[in-house]
Design a protein around this ligand. Structure first.
Ligand code: SF4
Length: 127
């Protein structure tokens, strides 16, 4: 039970831990591109008690709910935003499919608006 956990043992709460490591803006980048995030995740996975890692990840997923990738930040439970989004999508395939369909619809709408603007100022249409 999460309330039985001693969060004072969390690796990110130990003296000398740099909180910026867990909240770096670069964590939205694809895996392998964010050194600081890799460092935070490595600390989570190697230094934080397993029960806290699991509870931390569960809590992050609960807090983030159905947020898109862009709405997720930081490292929790050793997982960066992309990893948590992908985990959420695996756990909620129907909602993930609906979100992705909506994202594609928005992208098409934006492309149509951009094309209309380009036409308005006399630029050639792009593919
Ligand atoms: S798993 Fe959670 S509680 Fe543990 S160090 Fe990482 S962010 Fe902190």
């Amino acid at each position: 039970m999460a309330s039985d956990l001693d969060w004072s043992l969390a690796a990110c709460r130990q003296p000398g831990a740099d909180p910026d490591l867990w909240h770096d803006a670069s964590d939205i980048q694809p895996p392998g591109t964010g050194h600081r995030v890799s460092q935070a995740a490595r600390i989570c996975l190697s230094d934080c008690p397993a029960a806290l890692q699991a509870a931390c990840l569960r809590q992050a997923l609960a807090d983030e709910g159905d947020r898109s990738l862009d709405g997720r930040f930081g490292v929790f439970g050793g997982a960066n935003p992309r990893e948590r989004y992908e985990l959420w999508a695996r756990l909620n395939p129907a909602r993930a499919a609906a979100m992705e369909a909506r994202s594609r619809q928005i992208a098409r709408s934006r492309a149509a608006v951009a094309a209309a603007r380009a036409t308005t100022v006399g630029l050639p249409a792009t593919a």
